[in-house]
Design a protein around this ligand. Sequence first.
Ligand SMILES: [Cu+2]
Length: 133
Amino acid sequence: MSRFRNSAVMAALAILFLTSPLTSWAASEDYRFELAGQPEKTGAGTLVKVRLVTVADEKPVGGIEIVETRLDMGPDGMPTMTAPVNPLPASEPDVYAFEAHPTMAGNWALTVSAKIKGEADLVSGAVTVTVAK
Ligand SMILES: [Cu+2]
């Protein structure tokens, strides 16, 4: 196999790997994460507040357990550029707060996976966080 074909195969495999879901998304279709207000710059980072609602009737879902978070620049075509993000203790009902540390201006995807009462699968979704210059 030529060098070129080898790298083409590797690229195809990489794309397959990057686009396959990390967790089961079966339950995720019934829920949507959305921003609860605009992200705010704080002394320590960027405060991002997120709500989880049911797609069917837009009811907020409380008492979820955040299992995994990821912050990357996928929305601006840089899915491999990641930055730290940590969940913060709850301070408002049905609102989940995160402290993000984006490393450049632009659009970032905050992906959240959570355990929800009554759902066997993790629920995953993303919101877009726009960071001003
Ligand atoms: Cu970037």
